[in-house]
Design a protein around this ligand. Structure first.
Ligand code: AMP
Length: 412
């Protein structure tokens, strides 16, 4: 199967080619023709299967057919609803790439930030809107946008959406969406509440199912080192020593953390650099070019920045900070072991993160191998005053982040 066989228009084929995709993934081959025929889809697939392109590409094509790219202020044609801000941003970035030559107007909205810029983008006219539920309902309530002209509605990660308490928001949205529309419903799992919801939303849907992606949980060897915060850099240096000339992607939680860690590694014997959202586009490109050219060994990245990075045959991914959202972990380690290559994912856990390791194991239904024999084992010695202060600050930040993501679900 080739993209050429999917009846896609030339400008989209061109963009896909530039993105470096050679063949459609299973879900793309199955879903794209169905969506182009304007049928409802019940897609059972998780992140990593290429599902974003599976719905984004045909949506772009459908809208391009309706509107062309000439309208000055076109109506909102497609709504993609997704549970988290990160997913929303990622989907919008994907759309930007596939839409390079079709130039459909699109934007992304999510809570936790001021609405001004998002409102401005909407006022300028948007054909595809990627949104998290809370902010979307806010803007609808403020009459900044309506869903009256929606032709295609995508509910992405439906199971996670319900887990996060968004069911009431979804029901509210269903009341303001036009009844006559195409609905694409995606969920990684199909528990009873999801089956009920999907049956309410879909009309005569075509079912598209791809097996749970095995690569994250199975084709990647996963290890965890337990240590304490003040020993993490030393431990990382120790781990890096064993990686010979392999290149390593190291994930950290914050932009400043990325800079700090890259600096510390450079002080040791490793050529390291950092990549994150505070760097200019040029700066990021240069960093990436150096990494691809193997001028740097270690690239320290935040999750968002890493999404734009496409490096094949990366053997190692290291979680210097363990993510508090288990799906993020799956996403990160998916950066290793591509194209049939064996991958290795190593995580460094400080005591406060041990609970996240367990959550990850629960999600992937697989135990992560614990490396016991290393020089920096975790101890329960009390934190120093400085560590305590730092940790309190971090705790506060995480709490805020948590409430921000929850606020939208519970406020109304
Ligand atoms: P998703 O499941 O949408 O999160 O996609 C997972 C990753 O696969 C993303 O990094 C995409 O850029 C990439 N991807 C999607 N479709 C293809 C394809 N046909 N060929 C190669 N990579 C792809």
């Amino acid at each position: 199967m080739k993209f050429n066989n999917l009846k896609l228009i030339e400008p989209i084929l061109q963009a896909i080619e530039e993105k470096g995709y050679e063949t459609p993934t299973k879900i793309q081959a199955a879903a794209i023709p169905i969506i182009l025929q304007r049928k409802d889809v019940l897609g059972i697939a998780q992140t990593g299967t290429g599902k974003t392109a599976a719905f984004a590409i045909p949506i772009i094509q459908l809208i391009y057919r309706i509107d062309g790219n000439r309208q000055k202020r076109p109506p909102l044609r497609a709504l993609i609803l997704t549970p988290t801000r990160e997913l929303a941003i990622q989907i919008d970035e994907n759309i930007r790439d596939y839409n390079k030559y079709t130039k459909i107007k699109h934007t992304v909205i999510f809570g936790g930030v001021k609405q001004g810029k998002q409102v401005q983008a909407i006022r300028e006219g948007v054909q595809i809107l990627v949104a998290t539920p809370g902010r979307l309902l806010d803007l609808i309530n403020q009459r900044i946008l309506t869903l009256d002209d929606i032709k295609v509605f995508v509910l992405d990660e439906a199971d996670r959406m319900l887990d996060m308490g968004f069911i009431h928001d979804i029901k509210k949205l269903l009341r303001v969406l036009p009844e006559e529309r195409q609905t694409l419903f995606f969920s990684a799992t199909m528990p009873a509440n999801i089956i009920t919801l999907s049956s309410k939303m879909l009309i005569d849907p075509q079912r598209v199912e791809v097996a749970r992606k095995s690569s994250a949980a199975e084709a990647i060897d996963q290890f965890v080192y337990y240590t304490n915060r003040d020993k993490k850099v030393d431990l990382l240096n120790y781990i890096l020593q064993d990686t010979e000339d392999e290149q390593i992607l190291v994930f950290v939680r914050t932009k400043h953390g990325a800079d700090r860690l890259a600096k510390k590694l450079k002080r040791g014997r490793f050529r390291a650099d950092s990549i994150h959202g505070n760097k200019s586009q040029n700066g990021r490109q240069k960093t990436l070019k150096n990494f691809k050219a193997k001028l740097t060994k270690v690239l320290v990245a935040t999750d968002i920045a890493a999404r734009g990075i496409d490096i094949t045959k990366l053997r190692y991914v290291i979680n210097y900070d363990i993510p508090n959202v288990p799906e993020t972990y799956i996403h990160r380690i998916g950066r290793s072991g591509r194209a049939g290559e064996e991958g290795i994912a190593i995580s460094i856990s400080e005591p406060e993160d041990n609970v996240h390791v367990r959550a990850i194991e629960r999600l992937s239904k697989k135990a992560i191998t614990k490396v016991e024999d290393h020089p920096f084992p975790q101890t329960d010695k009390p934190m120093t005053e400085r560590e305590k202060k730092e940790w309190n600050k971090e705790k506060q930040r995480r709490k805020q982040e948590y409430f921000r993501s929850r606020k939208n679900g519970y406020r109304r």
